[in-house]
Ligand binder design. Structure first.
Ligand code: NAD
Length: 288
């Protein structure tokens, strides 16, 4: 897809972080953008703030964990625009699970993580792809994965890593299946980075649907952004800004790339270590 001018783009998780930056940059390039998010108040704020950038912006509330809600989003978008060119299955949550063991994490957190990060992508594909294929229009489905889980799994975030491994797998299969269709619709998978991205993902619990609340005492949301976390804890860590991720993703989509994976020596070394260990049938070493 050479240009985004006049293209119809739907961005789930569009009211914050990477999703918001994608919406801003698509609008600035003249696209017609749908900001789709569970957080109605943020949709209102964001659509108002970014409308002057250009293009045309619409906000629609959606809960990607619910198939009916994503179907209703697709119905509204196709009724209004007739087709969709770009579907960003980007909504995702962090579980606040740092350093917890698989055997101690509540099942409700597993359900929530899987339902947003995995089923959200599945619901998006099911609701949009058949009509994208039917329309005959040029289209790309971009799923947001993560290098954590999506390419190799860190030991301290079990649920998140498991969900992102699944997003990479779904995206690779979608790519193959779309190639076989021989229509102008393709797939891509985005790995935001190369460093931790400075977004609101630490505060995901604030938008957890009520049906995932368990009996466990609720842990307070300590940090709203990664920057807050670093300032408060004094931790030294490089951050990538969401605008950089959006610029990188749009450039990759323009040139027809499937792997939207930023260059990173450190990241490549970890992928190489895993792949070489696997090919040598070596047991993984401790990564804690
Ligand atoms: P963010 O919290 O700033 O944005 C996520 C958005 O998703 C929020 O606006 C939130 O309201 C929305 N959302 C959450 N649950 C939803 C639901 N049920 N239905 C609809 N919308 C829902 O976080 P972000 O970092 O911008 O995350 C965007 C994507 O990037 C996610 O898939 C995340 O896993 C991925 N990612 C983030 C990082 C990072 O370092 N921040 C790294 C790799 C991958």
């Amino acid at each position: 897809m050479r240009s985004f001018e006049g293209k119809v783009a739907v961005v789930t998780g569009g009211a914050s972080g990477v999703g918001r930056s994608l919406c801003e940059q698509l609008l600035a390039e003249g696209a017609r953008v749908v900001v789709a998010d569970i957080d109605a108040a943020k949709i209102g704020e964001v659509t108002e703030a970014i409308a002057p950038l250009g293009g045309e912006v619409t906000g629609i509330q959606v809960d990607v964990t619910k198939e009916a809600s994503v179907d209703a989003l697709a119905d509204q978008v196709f009724a209004r625009f007739g087709h969709v060119n770009l579907l960003f299955n980007n909504a995702g949550v962090g579980l606040g699970e740092a350093k917890k063991t698989i055997w101690s994490l509540p099942v409700n957190d597993w359900r929530w993580g899987i339902d947003v990060n995995v089923m959200g992508v599945v619901h998006g594909i099911k609701a949009f792809v058949p009509r994208m294929l039917e329309s005959g229009e040029e289209g790309v489905v971009i799923n947001t994965s993560s290098t954590n889980g999506g390419l190799r799994s860190l030991p301290n975030t079990p649920i998140y890593a498991a969900t992102k491994a699944s997003v990479t797998s779904i995206s690779e299969v979608l790519h193959q299946q779309l190639l076989r269709e021989g229509k102008p619709v393709s797939a891509a998978v985005l790995f935001p980075g190369p460093h931790t991205v400075n977004t609101g993902i630490m505060a995901s619990r604030l938008v957890r649907p009520a049906d995932y609340a368990g009996d466990e005492p609720e842990e307070p949301v300590a940090y709203r952004t990664m920057e807050d976390l670093l300032k408060t804890t004094g931790l030294k860590m490089k951050l990538t800004e969401p605008e950089e991720v959006a610029t990188f993703a749009l450039a990759g989509i323009r040139s027809g790339k499937f792997w939207l994976l930023p260059e990173s020596e450190e990241g490549d070394a970890m992928i190489r270590l895993r792949t070489e260990g696997l090919l040598a049938r070596d047991n993984p070493k401790s990564a804690w």
